[in-house]
Design a binder for this molecule. Structure first.
Ligand code: G3H
Ligand code: 13P
Ligand code: ZN
Length: 311
C-alpha cells in the first residue's frame, strides 16, 4: 500500500463512527513506536509533521522514515503537514511528497483565512493533495506561538458552511475547548468540551470530516514515571478518554496526538537512565521510550479511536 491521502480513511471513519489517529513524528523511534502499534491492531494512520519537526529532523529524513515504515508494515499511511503557517511551507511539503497539508489561518480574520486557505487548496488539489483548514482558536503552545486562554476562541458554527464552500477544504479543525500541550485545564478544573458546538457543526456539514487538535489525555501513569525518575512536571490534566470516544462517534474523523507521545518517550528514557546510570548506549534508553510510545498508541487506537481492524 503506497502513502495515501486521508480521503478514504475519513469516509470510512465518518460512516463507522470512529476516528483516525494523527500522531506527530519527530524521529525514527517515535515513527517505529506508532507504526508497530498500528500494525499489530491493523489501524490506518496519519503521521503528521510540524514546522518544528522539519527543522529538527529535516523534511527528507522524516519522509524517508515514513516511507520505510509503510514498506515495513504495509499500512495505509497519510503524511500530513501539521499547522502550516503559510502558502510557502504548504507548497514545500506538497512538492516534497506529503499527501495532506494543514493551512492554519485561524489567527487571521475570517476573510484573510478564506483567502490564504483557498490559495493552498488550489495548489494542493492540482497535485492530488488534500487540505485541512481551521476555524476558531485553541489555547496552548505550538512551535514558538503561545496562545493564552483569553486569546483562544470557540469555533462559530454559523461560519463553517461559508468557510468550507469558499475554500474547498477537505476537512476542518474546530475549537471546542481542547488545547495544545500537557496543561489543558487548571489544577482542580473539571475538563469540559463544547459538544453542543460539535453537534451544530456536524448538522451544518453533514458527512464532512471534522478534526480535533490538542487531544492528548496526559495519562497520569507517564507523568508519574517521569516525576519518580528525576522529572519535575507540575500537575497536568488532559482530555478524558471517554470525551474523545464521544467525539469520534460524532463528526470527528481525525484526532491529533503529540503531547502523549512526548510523555511516553520521556518516561521511557528517564526510567532507563535511572535504572542503569552507567549506560551510555543511546539504543538502551531510546528503545524504552519507543516501547512506551507503542503502548500508548495501541491503547489509544483500541480504547479511544476505535480504528483497530480498519486498515
Ligand atoms: O500542535 C502542535 C504540535 O504539538 C507540534 O508541536 O510545533 O513543537 O512540533 P511542535
Ligand atoms: P496535544 O498537545 O494535545 O498532543 O495536541 C497535538 C496537536 O494538536 C497537534 O496538532
Ligand atoms: Zn494542533
Amino acid at each position: 500500500m503506497p502513502i495515501v491521502t486521508s480521503v478514504e480513511m475519513f469516509q470510512k471513519a465518518y460512516a463507522g463512527g470512529y476516528a483516525i489517529g494523527a500522531f506527530n513524528v519527530n524521529n525514527m523511534e517515535i515513527i517505529q513506536g506508532i507504526t508497530e502499534a498500528a500494525a499489530e491492531v491493523s489501524a490506518p494512520l496519519i503521521l503528521q509533521v510540524s514546522a518544528g519537526a522539519r527543522k529538527y529532523a529535516k523534511h527528507v529524513y522524516l519522509m524517508k522514515l515514513i516511507e520505510a515504515a509503510e514498506a515495513d508494515t504495509g499500512l495505509p499511511i497519510c503524511v500530513h503537514l501539521d499547522h502550516g503557517e503559510n502558502f510557502e511551507i504548504c507548497k514545500s511539503c506538497i512538492d516534497g511528497g506529503f499527501t495532506s497539508v494543514m493551512i492554519d489561518g485561524s489567527k487571521h480574520s475570517f476573510e484573510d483565512n478564506v483567502r490564504i486557505t483557498r490559495e493552498v487548496v488550489d495548489y494542493a488539489h492540482d497535485h492530488g493533495v488534500v487540505v485541512e483548514g481551521e476555524l476558531g482558536r485553541l489555547a496552548g503552545i505550538e512551535d514558538d506561538v503561545n496562545v493564552s486562554d483569553e486569546d483562544s476562541s470557540y469555533t462559530r458554527p454559523d461560519e463553517v458552511e461559508e468557510f468550507v464552500a469558499r475554500t474547498g477544504v477537505d476537512s476542518l479543525a474546530i475549537a471546542i475547548g481542547t488545547s495544545h500541550g500537557a496543561y489543558k485545564f487548571k489544577p482542580g478544573q473539571k475538563p469540559q468540551l463544547r459538544f453542543d458546538i460539535l453537534e451544530e457543526v456536524g448538522k451544518r456539514l453533514p458527512g464532512f470530516p471534522i478534526v480535533l487538535h490538542g487531544a492528548s489525555s496526559v495519562l497520569p501513569k507517564y507523568v508519574d514515571i517521569i516525576n519518580s525518575h528525576g522529572g519535575q512536571m507540575p500537575d497536568a490534566i488532559g482530555i478524558p478518554e471517554d470525551m474523545l470516544r464521544q467525539a469520534a462517534r460524532m463528526a470527528v474523523c481525525k484526532i491529533n496526538i503529540d503531547s502523549d507521545l512526548r510523555l511516553g518517550m520521556t518516561a521511557g528514557v528517564r526510567q532507563a537512565l535511572t535504572a542503569a546510570p552507567e549506560v551510555f548506549d543511546p539504543r538502551a534508553y531510546l528503545k524504552e521510550g519507543r516501547a512506551y510510545v507503542k503502548e500508548i498508541v495501541k491503547n489509544k487506537i483500541v480504547n479511544v479511536l476505535g480504528s483497530d481492524g480498519k486498515a
